[in-house]
Structures are given as structure tokens and as C-alpha cells.
Design a protein around this ligand. Sequence first.
Ligand code: HEM
Length: 498
Amino acid sequence: MTTMLNAFLEHMSVMESIMTLALAFSVSSFTIYCVYRQMVGSSTNLPGPRAWPILGNLVMISRAKDFYQLSKELQKKYGNVYRLQFGQLTVVFISGHKNISKFWIEDGDISTDRPDWMFCPRVITKQKGIIFANGHQYIELNKLIMQAQHGEFFQKNMELQLTQEINELCKCFSPDNAVDPLDHFRTSVLNVGSILTFGKRFQYSDAEFKTLHARILYVFKHGQSLGRKETFFSWLAFFTKSQVRKVIAEFDILHEYISQQLNDHKIEHNPKSPKDLLDFYLNLSEETRQDSALSETNMFQAIIDMFTGSYDSLTASLMIIVFYLLKYPDVQRKCREEIDRVCKGKSTVVLEDRDKLRYNVSTIREVLRIAKPLVLSIYRTNKRDMEVDGHTIPAKSVLLYDLNDPQVDPTLWENPHEFDPDRWTKPQTNGYLPFGIGERKCPGIPTAEMSMFLIMTNILHKFELIPEDVNNLSMEREWTGIVLLPQPFKMFMKPVEY
Ligand code: HEM
């Protein structure tokens, strides 16, 4: 009897605790809601769909199969500047060439910073590196990264290593068995990052390379603001401490790995022939390297950022280029004819040939224009209030730009939806934004352009690309959360006979 009574009393006290917790939760939710409504209501008069308490528009966003498509539908309804509520975060969507030029060029000093106060840059990467850097830190890191990519020895080494990479990549394909190129391109892109930063490519079977790949993939998936729910609900971090610690630990291991690479570089370093980012870093004076903007931690994180910055964007670009070459065999044939003419008798196409391979260069440009690998910019923020189309964007909003609209704007392009590499015979000035524009454009442009050019032309020099099923080349794109990929497809690579 006593035992039953005790059990009953114990049960009651558990019930009481649950009730108290439920009550506390309701009261605090209501308080948060009131504060939240006040914040959202008072801070902006921007149009946008109705936002629910606490969640904002997250239900609508999570239901959408293709987030980019949803953003286009909302643009039709609310105009070129509208607001979405991502939990506690107000995100302003900005489209249209006029608006983007205003924000990125005319008002670039106000609106090109990254919101470094968001959860991932603040807690996980601790405001190190380039992606979420602002001011002095961004300027110094960007200067060093750009200077390296324009270096003579850097370009020679990139060309040499990429040629080896392309030879290995081609071995993954066959004239008899159709292969999906996606995973092979991802591996090659990781090697591009490795050539850029460490000056060397790895064999695909190398255990060190496999580990590096796994770690980059892990931090790419779990260490970015868009992917982590704490960005929208910072209080969730209280419950996800161990996950967050694991991501930080992965970043720490990558930092240690890069530190080892730096030590190896010191042994063979020749200041006169810097061939990768670490060589350029070692060429800085001791005093400059002490500068907090160029401290080792900042530099190592910037190197990881270069890996993660290229991981999806360059892979998607290579996929889309190959897709268009399969979809438009006449364009593929014209590219190959030009390569045959210019590089007759040579075993490989080199960077020096670029000026003579105008049609090939134009084809890459045209694919990036029409097929939009990256359609949304990385989050930015504005230092001060801004006026747009009669609306106020309050200071410290999170800004997201649509990079695609200007690329198919009929006021800027003739027949914008037609795939026509020949349009590039005339200079095209406005509205081409695959890498962004202004001060904050992609810092990987030289590497991206070199890689796309060498990979595409060297493959076409030796192989004909044939789709497994010509009817299975859908123009539909798949949204990965960062890029638009073509639907999966397979292809044969048949050696070209001369
Ligand atoms: C064809 C391939 C590529 C495309 C289309 C592309 C495009 C872009 C775009 C649109 C941005 C955002 C600019 C913004 O928010 O305003 C960006 C940023 C960035 N990209 Fe690329 N990118 C490519 C390749 C690469 C490569 C190869 C690397 C590195 C090796 C790289 C590293 C980065 C980094 C680190 C950022 C962030 C920079 C910052 O915060 O200022 N990208 N890229």
C-alpha cells in the first residue's frame, strides 16, 4: 500500500513538473512571440508573405521542393524586393539588374559586408577566414588569394597538375559503359582546391586524399549557416552543443592538417617561385603574417573556405558545361573543330591557347549565363538603412541577391533564352554575373576559369561525348540548397580518331 502511495505521489510530482515546464514553455513562447512581432512589425515595411509566430515562413520554405523556384514565385507576387522570415532571421530578397547594380556597385560600401554575427561564423568558425570576413580582414585575405592566382609560377603549376588530373579523370570514363560524371567531377574539384592551396594533386586512391575529402565534405554540409537550424533559432544551440562541438573539432583537425602542410612547405620553399597559396603566404614578411588579418588561423580558415567555396560551384559548372555539350552536339563539334585547328599535333591544350580558342571560351561563358549554376549570392548585410522602391531595408538585414535574373533580362540580352555561344563575338557588358560583381565577387575566378577551360578543351581534344540516352537530357534543374544541378545523366567518352 505504502509502495503504491509512494508511486502515486511520485507520479503526481512528475506530472507537476511536466505541467510547470509546459506552462513555462507557453509563457516564454508567448513572450518571445510578442517581442518577435514587435521586432518584425516595427523594423520593416517590406512586402512579403504572412509570417507565423516563432517559425516565420519556415513551414512554407521547408515544404518547397525547390527553394529557388519558390523565391521566383514570391518575386512575381511581391516584386523585386521582398521579405521572408526564416525563424528569427529577416531575409530580404533582391532581384533585378538595376537593384543589384545599385546595391553592389553604387552603394557597395554599405551593402557588401557579410552578416558575421550569424550562428556559424560567430560560434563555429569564430569569424576567421574569408567567406564571413569584413573590412581589413577581407581586403588582406582577398588581396593575397588574388595575387597568388595571377602569379606566373602558380599558373604554370596549375596547368601542369591539372593536365595530370584531366588524364586521370578521363580514365574514369569509357566508350562502352555510360558513366554519371558527378562524383568524378567532385573528386577533380577537390584536387583543384589542393593544387591551388598545397600545389599538388593527389592520387584518387591515396588514403590522405580520401580523409581530406571526407572532412571537407563534412564541414561543407554541417559547418555552413544555411544548413544549420541554429542560424534561424539560436536557442537551439543549447540542445545541439555536442553536434556543434563535433563540427568545431573537424575544423580544428583541418587547421592542424594545413599547419602540417605549411611546415612541409617551409622545408622546400623557394621564395622566387611561389606556386600555391601556402608559398605566397610564406613569402609575406614575419610582421605581415603577425597582422591579425593574415594570422595563421585566418589563413588556414580561408584555405578551407576556398575548398568549400569551390566544392559545389565548380562541380555544378562542370556538370552543366558537359550537359550542354551533350544536348547541343553541333556546339560540341564546333568546339572540337576549333581545338583541332589551333592545337593540331599537340598532345594537350594549354593556357596559352586560350586567346585563340574563342569559340570554346564563349561556350563556357554562354553556359554559365544561361544555365545558372549559382543563382543566389551568399548572405550579405547592410550597415545602414537603405531605401529601395519606396521601402526601407533596415540596417543589419540579411540580404540575398538573385544572380540569375540579369543574365536573362530581355532589356540586356537579345533572345536571352536562346543558347548561342556566338553572341559573345560582340562585347557583352551588363548583366553577366555568374561570379557576382563588385568588390565582393568570387575570389576563385582565375582558378575556376582555368579549370573549366583546361578540363573542357582537353577532354574534347581527345574524346567525343555521347549521352547514354539523348531523350534523358532534361532541362529541369535540381536545387541542392546552394547550386542548380542538371538531372542525373550518363555519358560515353569515345576516343576521337584523327
Ligand atoms: C565556376 C565556378 C564558380 C562559380 C560560378 C562561383 C560563383 C561564386 C559566387 C556567385 C559567389 C558569391 C559572391 C557573393 O556572394 O557576392 C562566390 C563566392 C565565393 N567563391 Fe566562387 N564560384 C566558382 C568557383 C570558385 C572556386 C574555384 C573557388 C575557390 C577555389 C571559389 C571560392 C569562393 C569563395 C571563397 C567565395 C566567398 C567569397 C566572399 O565571401 O567574398 N569559387 N563564388
